[in-house]
Design a protein. Structure first.
Length: 288
């Protein structure tokens, strides 16, 4: 089975199409919904939306189901964390590596907050083309911030876009760290740790192979091979204990880990539709 649900599609990154398509497929093929995303089908465009409707057999494949579960659960945790932070007075939400993320364009987006989508310039232009084609409005509270995690200063780019770096900020960083070199990941986390008390980040990462079970290592190899065939490569993986040590060293006072068991108990309990998580990718919520 190809990792990309609809094959190789036009656009800067196949993984961005994959993520958007799987989130849209969740709206069609899974009940009850973990993530209610009313824009996810529209942003694909009419042709790809129609193809997805006709793609049920492939979307029922165990690999597609597992990947869909991973993507919607991680998005739900990030959005729940942002909602909780906002209720505590945080008014800035930064979506790192936004891709085709739809939060800013949905009805449940908090209108009083300032939102920042961070990505490579080509990715942002591509996304905005998709939005225009789908007649999806860009909210006035949204700021597009062009950056390169490998070569740019995230804090400088955000400040230039108007973010108040004296105020606490909520960050989400989903589906990105594994495509970056470890030093780029750590530099970004260190940058975020310098923000004021109350700042938080939710991110996912690939677990180092020696921390995985044999079935999980086999699954990781399948994912790695499929991504490489699309021209994308997994460049970093971390051991949870070492990652926590570095986060605390940088200045995060609270570090919460979310593995398959914790996320299943939180979001997938009592489901009968086959949505399950593996331990290949895990999540962290770290707070300054």
């Amino acid at each position: 089975m190809q990792l990309s649900p609809l094959g190789h599609l036009a656009g800067p990154k196949p993984s961005a199409w994959m993520t958007a398509t799987l989130r849209a497929a969740h709206q069609l093929f899974d009940q009850p919904l973990i993530l209610r995303d009313t824009v996810s089908l529209r942003i694909l465009g009419a042709e790809r939306e129609a193809a997805l409707h006709a793609d049920e057999e492939r979307q029922r494949h165990p690999l597609a189901v597992a990947m869909r579960a991973t993507l919607v659960v991680r998005a739900r945790l990030a959005e729940d964390s942002w909602q909780a932070a906002h209720s505590q007075g945080v008014n800035q939400y930064v979506i790192l590596g936004a891709g085709l993320d739809t939060y800013a364009y949905r009805a449940d987006c908090l209108p009083t907050a300032q939102l920042y989508e961070v990505d490579l310039p080509a990715m942002q232009q591509w996304k905005r083309d998709c939005l225009r084609a789908a007649d999806i409005a860009e909210p006035a509270s949204l700021h597009y911030v062009a950056t390169d995690f490998e070569h740019s200063s995230l804090s400088d780019d955000l400040q230039q876009a108007g973010l108040d770096d004296d105020a606490p900020t909520c960050f989400s960083w989903l589906g990105v760290t594994m495509y970056l070199r470890p030093d780029a990941v750590m530099n970004t986390l260190q940058d975020i740790a310098a923000y004021p008390q109350g700042t938080s980040i939710v991110f996912d990462y690939c677990v180092h192979a020696d921390q995985l079970t044999e079935p999980e290592r086999m699954g990781l190899q399948v994912v790695t091979t499929a991504l490489a065939a699309q021209g994308e490569h997994l460049l970093s993986a971390f051991a949870p204990q070492q990652l926590e040590h570095m986060l605390r060293h940088y200045g995060f006072s609270q570090v919460e880990h979310f593995g398959a068991q914790e996320l299943t108990e939180r979001y997938l309990a009592d489901r009968i539709d086959g949505l399950r998580l593996s331990g290949i990718f895990r999540m962290v919520r770290a707070t300054v």
